[in-house]
Design a protein around this ligand. Structure first.
Ligand SMILES: [Zn+2]
Length: 274
């Protein structure tokens, strides 16, 4: 997969060079549409066992899934950045090509487990290279235009077809391979993983059979892999009960109908004036 350098792209442009730098402070905070995560545990089963212990500090790691679920359920979309810590500082995550495949597969697996399942056109994933600011521009360009998949030989490609282990906190074969590479002195590129949840588009033909209501195509509400339904409120998440969900749906239906009623009213007035 080719990586975009984002040379023209606003907030990644740092000083004279144009890439996402390690320890760079991104110029925005977590809000309704942006969430930072320092790890890549997508589904709840991927969380290491120590996160389940009840000490305050340790319980702070939550699966990425909740944030994705909340962004889907508001219908407004948003972006989750993996490899940027809460304070907005870029750390990056070391990923081999195989581990990138793993993350993509794990995301598809997770989205297929939501109820109803989330169609693939509603989300995107992107790996943005993170570089050391001490590198020269030349080194940076070389590092980031390096496409590992081009350098895989036949044995590597056979390796690549091996199924990854999802829904587990245990090391997958790709993680073991990453450690082995590291021990052999192979430098692995750091990335920030951007997962983009696209806003609901009621007019998109691909959304025709997954929305609710025939007159207004409202965005569906998805249960996550644990059967919970989250919503995003500013930079935080709220878990809703069934009655709250009903009320919210009613309100959204009222609001979107109101728009349609106003449009029709304006149309009538315009016709009367003719
Ligand atoms: Zn794997």
């Amino acid at each position: 997969m080719a990586h975009e350098l984002r040379i023209q792209d606003g907030w990644y442009k740092v000083e004279s060079s144009s890439l996402l730098h390690k320890k760079f402070q991104v110029p925005f905070e977590e809000d309704m549409f942006n969430e930072f995560k320092g790890h890549r545990n997508l589904a709840v089963e991927e969380l290491p066992p120590w996160t389940q212990e009840s000490t305050k500090e340790k319980a702070s790691r939550r699966a990425v899934s909740r944030a994705l679920n909340a962004m889907l359920n508001t219908g407004k979309g948003g972006k989750v950045y993996l490899g940027i810590v809460d304070s907005g500082m870029v750390r990056g995550l070391q990923l081999t090509t195989y581990q990138q495949d793993h993350v993509m597969g794990s995301l598809d697996d997770l989205m297929s487990r939501y109820k109803p399942p989330v169609k693939k056109h509603r989300y995107r994933i992107k790996f943005v290279p993170v570089v050391d600011p001490k590198c020269s521009e030349e080194e940076i360009i070389k590092q980031c235009s390096y496409d590992a998949s081009d350098n895989l030989d036949e044995t590597d490609m056979t390796e690549r077809m091996k199924p990854h282990i999802f829904r587990s906190h245990r090391y997958c074969w790709c993680d073991k391979d990453g450690v082995a590479q590291f021990n052999c002195g192979v430098m692995t590129q750091d990335y920030v993983i951007e997962i983009d949840i696209l806003p609901w588009n009621s007019k998109d033909p691909r959304n025709q059979d997954s929305g609710c209501g025939s007159l207004i195509n409202l965005h569906p509400l998805h249960e996550d892999e644990e059967g919970s339904v989250y919503f995003r409120r500013q930079a935080s998440l709220v878990k809703y009960s069934m009655s709250e969900i009903c009320e919210l749906t009613r309100q959204e239906a009222r609001e979107s109908l109101e728009e349609e009623v106003n449009r029709l009213k304006r149309e009538i007035i315009a016709k009367e004036e003719l």
